[in-house]
Design a protein around this ligand. Structure first.
Ligand SMILES: [Fe+2]
Ligand SMILES: [Fe+2]
Length: 262
């Protein structure tokens, strides 16, 4: 199973960059499944039904998310809809709208996409992602072999720990949220593909997608209203996973890092 997995798609520069590169990436990698993280789709903060549908029209199959997903509250209704392909971390506060996992059928096989969020350096209190993951995996029928985990977290220590915790139990653990790609893609001993962070797709001349001048002013102690960056150039970050369909074990993980116009 060939899978293209994009990290946080950041605002219009990210969506437009993805639209521009996806045809050539599809040509090169022949993905059976495309997943992206959509917590920053709508002007960097949350998602709307319109931008989600924009992603689906490009060929994205499943959209994961993270701490920003309910920044635009109206998206909750869409996520509560039947079989909505936009999910939120399973270990969010109990009672959160939407679902924490999605089952998609490709090449006659059911694939589970699970979304989790970390607790280190995060502002809100979430349920323990390790315990929630452990319980969730007990509910997966044995005929489902391919399980992909988006672990949306800040600390590389928590992410690597999750990778090793789930090693051999899932096909891939990929990190999102920091927007910065890490160079540690690997196949763990139990044949689980792993990367600490895929990195974002968004404006290149920015601080994780935001207007650098405003972010610098904020760090200097000035009171500023944040806004997204609108640079001419974009960066596109993703991983390409090849998973054995019979066993669910990862065969390869390749890091993709490109630049181009927004
Ligand atoms: Fe993000
Ligand atoms: Fe995030």
């Amino acid at each position: 199973m060939n899978i293209l997995f994009f990290g946080d798609i950041f605002a219009r520069p990210g969506r437009e960059a993805l639209a521009r590169v996806l045809p050539s990436l599809k040509e090169k990698y022949r993905p059976d499944l495309i997943v992206c993280n959509g917590e920053n789709l709508a002007h960097g903060a949350g998602a709307t039904e319109t931008v989600v549908k924009e992603m689906l029209a490009m060929g994205v199959d499943v959209i994961t998310s993270g701490n920003h997903i309910f920044d635009k509250k109206e998206i909750a209704d869409f996520m509560e809809g039947e079989n909505a392909p936009l999910i939120r971390p399973l270990n969010f506060e109990s009672g959160s709208p939407g679902k924490g996992f999605y089952v998609v059928e490709k090449k006659g096989a059911n694939i589970v996409v699970l979304n989790l969020i970390g607790r280190v350096f995060m502002k809100r209190e979430y349920q323990n992602p390790f315990l929630v993951a452990e319980e969730f995996l007990k509910t997966i029928p044995s005929d489902i072999k391919i399980i992909l985990v988006d672990f949306h977290a800040e600390a590389t220590s928590e992410k690597k720990a999750m990778g090793l915790f789930l090693d051999g139990k899932v096909s891939a653990v990929v990190g999102t949220h920091t927007h910065i790609q890490t160079a540690d893609e690997q196949i763990l001993p139990g044949k689980t593909a792993y990367i600490s962070d895929i990195g974002m797709t968004g404006a290149a001349e920015s601080v994780i997608g935001m207007d650098a001048r405003l972010v610098i002013a904020m760090f200097k102690g000035e009171k500023v209203k944040m806004d997204i960056a609108d640079s001419k150039n974009a960066e596109i970050n993703a991983v390409f996973l090849v998973i054995d369909e019979q066993s669910g074990k990862a065969i390869s993980v390749e890091r993709i890092r490109m630049s181009g116009e927004t």
